[in-house]
Write a protein that binds this ligand. Sequence first.
Ligand SMILES: Cc1cc2nc3c(=O)[nH]c(=O)nc-3n(C[C@H](O)[C@H](O)[C@H](O)COP(=O)(O)OP(=O)(O)OC[C@H]3O[C@@H](n4cnc5c(N)ncnc54)[C@H](O)[C@@H]3O)c2cc1C
Length: 380
Amino acid sequence: MRVLIAGAGIGGLTAALALHAVGVEAVVLESAREIRPLGVGINLLPHAVGELTRLGLDGELARLGIATRENLYCDSSGARLFSEPRGLAGGYQHPQYSVHRGRLQTMLLSAVRARLGEDAVRTGMRVEGFDQDADSVRVGISGRERPIEADLLVGADGVHSVVRAQLHPGEGPLLWSGVRMWRGVTRMNPFFDGRTMVIVRGSGDGDAELIAYPIGPASVNWVALVPVGEPGPLPGDAHWNRPGRAEDLLPLFDWNLGWLDVAELITRSEVLLEYPMVDRDPLPHWGHGRVTLLGDAAHPMYPVGANGASQAVVDARVLATELSGGSPAGLARYEGIRRDATAEVIAANREMQRTGGTRSPRELARITETYRRRTTAQGA
Ligand SMILES: Cc1cc2nc3c(=O)[nH]c(=O)nc-3n(C[C@H](O)[C@H](O)[C@H](O)COP(=O)(O)OP(=O)(O)OC[C@H]3O[C@@H](n4cnc5c(N)ncnc54)[C@H](O)[C@@H]3O)c2cc1C
């Protein structure tokens, strides 16, 4: 069986590795001419680290990332409100890693090329659409007359998925929480033990929030979340690489935390990107016949639970398990397992975003525990 995967993001590359591990041939078609280490930091939760460990990538991950030990909630004077142990310290079987997204993607790309062959990832191949019948699927590529034929197509082409748009025409704009996020990475010594993620809240309702965590020994990733509008359909568009401006942020973050100079964190950032907090409602079905979706293409979600990349990795393993028997019928079983599970994570992230403004330690304990319970099972 030969599977085409649209998109060489975290989800598409992991799917190629997982399919190869069960003896299914995979080819990844990526629209970018060159895969460069773009983005800033992301988190891999223990359920995703477990999957990547089973693919033999645990050593690489440990070298790439920081094993996060604690989430610490603080107010804007730097005082501790509540702390939640994470990864091994939180009783999980595997660590949680904070990593640079682009470096993780590059590591997965090298693993795919080493295991599946150089030609397994084809860049400069923008998927335009597909048609299918009982025997095969044919995938159209921009600028090429002849489609590529295969047994199955997996749309892992991200939040603006072309495969999803063909499967579900007329879905409308992304759904916006009303929050804009500025993201950056600053070379500086991390705070506390170098393994702590801090979540700092302004003092009033609707105030800005800052999340910061180390992704290397001298590298701190940060996200500034600022409510600027009402939730609803996103006006405009969402681009991962849109630059942001420090001037827009600094007046909102004149906080003196004592252990972190927030103005320095923002002004010395090596990159500064801006992105709206968006998701979509869960789909009633992902694909049909010989075509399905994976990762952000299937279930874009708010990043509040740090679950986006992790859920894509779990999708990849379940897809491979269900296709290991060599029958396209495995696609329906994959969707059956993953669709409800990821819908639950979308809902849990929305709930976390809605209730996230609380500063009461007791409420924070309840919210984080509820999130953990609702989403840990979805890693299975
Ligand atoms: C450039 C970029 C930067 C990002 N930066 C961050 C970040 O800093 N923080 C964060 O939390 N999340 C970031 N993300 C999103 C994050 O990677 C995903 O939420 C998560 O990892 C799930 O990954 P995915 O593989 O489903 O989708 P993605 O990581 O979005 O990967 C999708 C891939 O498909 C490719 N593609 C798109 N359309 C087509 C097409 N028609 N044909 C072929 N290929 C196509 C894209 O170029 C991309 O490589 C970024 C995504 C991208 C693409």
